[in-house]
Write a protein that binds this ligand. Structure first.
Ligand SMILES: Nc1ncnc2c1ncn2[C@@H]1O[C@H](COP(=O)(O)OP(=O)(O)OP(=O)(O)O)[C@@H](O)[C@H]1O
Length: 518
C-alpha cells in the first residue's frame, strides 16, 4: 500500500471512530498533526443563500475545540467567495493575504498564520472547506496540499453526515417549538374559559351556560362583534364532559367558497387537483369533542344544505369518497347577524335555522353591561402587564374609569382590550391615560334586570375620590371591602364575597391578607 493510500485509510478509520463530529475530527487530527506538523484542523460550511459561515467542528493539539458561532461575512467577501477565483485547494502561506480566511479565523478565534484549504463536495454539491493550519507562516508545501486534497472525500462524508444530523436536530427543535406553541394555545384556550363578568353583566349568560354545558345540545350564540361569543363557546366546552377532547374553531366566513366542502368534511387523495394526500376536515378533527362554527351567517347556501345533513345524520362524507363516517360531535354556532332576518330574506335556510337554534344564548353588548367594564379593565391590565413584562404598578384614575364606562364600545370587549393595551403602551410610568377617548365622565347606567347584582362592580367610590388618583392596589382593597360589606362579611359559598367577585375563596383570603383586610 502506498503512503498516500495508507494515510487515506487511517484518516477514514479515524473519522468513523465516533458519531460525534468533534470527536471524529479530533481523532483524525492526531494523524494530521503528525503528517503535517499542523496546529489544528477545522470544518466550515458556507450556508447557501446567506452570508453565513457555519463552523461544524474544530480540533487542535488539545483535542476537540469549541467550534464557535456562525460568522456573518460582509457583502464584498460574499461576492468574492461566490464569484472569485478561489480554487478547490488553496495554499495560504500568510493568512493576512487572504481577507476571507483572515476574517473567518479571527471571528472563530483560531490563531493561525498559514492554512491549507480544501473544498468539500458531495454529488457536485459544495458543502464547505476543511482547513489545516499552523501558527507559523509559510508552513505547508504544495505536496502536502495535494495529499490533503486526496483526503477531501472522507472529510466531505463526515461533514454531510454532521449537516444531516443538525437538520434532524433542527427538525426536532421545530417540533419542540410547535409543542410549546400548542401548549401555549391550550393554555390560552384555558384562559378563555375565565369569563370576566360571570357574576355581573354575564350572570344570565353564565346561568344558561351552566344549564346547557353537560348536555349535548346544539347551541347558537348571538351577540355583536367582540362581545365574547368565542369566550362563551369555550366556557361551554370547558364545562362539558368533552372538555378534554378537541375544541375545533371554524371561521365560516374565512373559507373560500370553493374549499368549504373539503375544509369542513375533508377530502380523499386525488379527489381534485392539488389533493396530494387524504385530509381530515374540521368535523372529523373535532370528533369526540366540540366544533365551534363561528360566523355561521356567512356560510353560503350551498354549504348550509350539507351542514344540515351533517347535523341530521351525524355523519360526513369526505370529498371524493362514498363512504360515510359516523361522528360524535357537539355543535356550537355563533353569529353577530340576525338569522331570523336572514331566513326572511332567503339568505339562511329555515330548516337549518330550526336545527341550529335549539338553545340560543344572547350576549349583551358591552354598553348594556357597563358594570363589567372596571373588571375587564383590571383583567386586561393584569394579563397585558404580564405579557408586556411591565416593571411598574399600573394605575387608572377614577375619572378615566367613568370615561371608559360611558364610552359607546362599538367593538365591545375586543375594542376595550385594544384601548387598554394602547394606554399601557403609551404610558411609561404605569399611570394610564384614557383621555384620547374623549367623551363624558358621568355615573354609568346599569341595565334594569342586572341592577341589583351590578351594584358592587361600580364600587370604585369615584364620587369621593374626585380627581385624585388611587393605586390599583387600593382600588382592589376598596373593591374587596365593598364586596365583604355587601355579603356581610361572608366569604365562602353561595352569596359569599368570593362568588360575588368571581374568584376562588382561597384566592380571596390570600388577597385579603395581602391587602390587610381584617
Ligand atoms: N367576558 C370576558 N372575559 C374575558 N375576556 C373576554 C370576555 N369577553 C371577551 N373577551 C375578550 O375579548 C376578545 C373578543 O372576544 P371574542 O373573540 O370571544 O368575541 P366574539 O364575539 O367571538 O368576536 P367576533 O364576533 O369578532 O367573532 C377576546 O380577546 C376575548 O378574550
Amino acid at each position: 500500500m502506498s503512503d498516500e493510500a495508507l494515510l487515506y485509510q487511517r484518516i477514514t478509520d479515524s473519522l468513523s471512530s465516533s458519531l460525534e463530529i468533534e470527536q471524529a475530527l479530533a481523532a483524525s487530527f492526531a494523524i494530521i498533526e503528525r503528517q503535517f506538523d499542523a496546529d489544528g484542523i477545522y470544518l466550515n460550511v458556507f450556508v447557501p443563500g446567506t452570508k453565513e459561515i457555519h463552523p461544524i467542528a474544530h480540533a487542535d493539539r488539545n483535542g476537540a475545540a469549541v467550534a464557535g458561532n456562525d460568522v456573518i461575512l460582509a457583502d464584498d467577501l460574499v461576492v468574492s467567495l461566490k464569484h472569485g477565483t478561489r480554487s478547490s485547494a488553496m495554499l495560504i502561506d500568510q493568512v493576512s493575504e487572504d481577507p476571507i480566511t483572515e476574517f473567518v479565523l479571527s471571528e472563530l478565534a483560531i490563531a493561525a498564520n498559514s492554512v491549507m484549504l480544501v473544498n468539500l463536495d458531495i454529488d457536485k454539491t459544495h458543502l464547505g472547506v476543511v482547513g489545516v493550519y499552523s501558527r507559523s507562516s509559510n508552513h505547508f508545501s504544495k505536496e502536502q496540499l495535494k495529499l490533503l486534497s486526496a483526503l477531501a472525500g472522507p472529510y466531505s462524508l463526515v461533514t454531510a453526515f454532521a449537516l444531516q444530523r443538525q437538520d434532524i436536530l433542527r427538525d426536532n427543535q421545530i417540533l419542540q417549538m410547535e409543542n410549546r406553541a400548542l401548549k401555549h394555545a391550550i393554555e390560552a384556550q384555558g384562559a378563555h374559559t375565565e369569563v370576566v363578568g360571570e357574576s355581573n353583566g354575564l350572570k344570565l349568560v353564565m346561568e344558561q351556560v351552566g344549564a346547557i354545558a353537560q348536555l349535548n345540545t346544539t347551541v347558537l350564540i348571538n351577540g355583536e362583534t367582540g362581545t365574547g361569543k368565542e369566550v362563551i363557546a369555550n366556557a361551554i366546552h370547558a364545562r362539558s364532559p368533552r372538555h378534554d377532547k378537541p375544541f375545533i374553531k371554524v371561521n365560516c366566513g374565512a373559507i373560500p367558497d370553493a374549499l368549504i366542502d373539503s375544509e369542513l368534511f375533508g377530502h380523499e387523495k386525488g379527489s381534485f387537483t392539488g389533493a396530494d394526500k387524504t385530509t381530515k376536515g374540521y368535523f372529523e378533527q373535532a370528533n369526540g369533542g366540540t366544533i365551534f362554527l363561528d360566523e355561521l351567517g356567512e356560510l353560503p347556501l350551498s354549504a348550509q344544505v350539507r351542514l344540515l345533513r351533517v347535523l341530521q345524520n351525524k355523519t360526513i362524507v369526505r370529498v371524493g369518497s362514498v363512504k360515510s363516517i359516523e361522528l360524535d360531535i357537539r355543535v356550537i354556532a355563533a353569529t353577530h347577524r340576525d338569522l331570523t332576518d336572514m331566513v326572511e330574506q332567503g339568505k339562511f335556510r329555515e330548516d337549518l335555522w330550526y336545527r341550529i337554534s335549539i338553545f340560543p344564548i344572547h350576549i349583551p353588548s358591552l354598553q348594556q353591561r357597563q358594570q363589567d367594564i372596571p373588571l375587564l379593565v383590571y383583567h386586561f391590565i393584569d394579563s397585558l402587564s404580564r405579557t408586556l413584562e411591565l416593571p411598574y404598578k399600573v394605575q387608572v384614575s377614577n375619572d378615566d374609569l367613568l370615561r371608559l364606562q360611558n364610552h359607546p364600545w362599538k367593538g365591545n370587549v375586543r375594542e376595550l382590550m385594544n384601548v387598554v393595551e394602547r394606554a399601557l403602551i403609551q404610558s411609561n410610568d404605569g399611570q394610564l391615560d384614557f383621555r384620547f377617548l374623549g367623551g363624558v365622565i358621568a355615573e354609568p347606567e346599569i341595565a334594569g334586570a342586572e341592577q341589583e347584582l351590578a351594584k358592587p362592580s361600580v364600587v370604585i367610590d369615584v364620587s369621593k375620590a374626585g380627581n385624585k388618583l388611587i393605586s390599583l392596589e387600593l382600588m382592589n382593597k376598596k373593591y374587596i371591602e365593598h364586596a365583604l360589606y355587601l355579603t356581610k362579611g361572608k366569604i365562602n359559598g353561595e352569596g359569599g364575597a368570593a362568588e360575588l367577585l368571581d374568584i376562588h375563596p382561597n384566592t380571596l383570603r390570600s388577597r385579603m391578607t395581602k391587602l390587610n383586610i381584617g
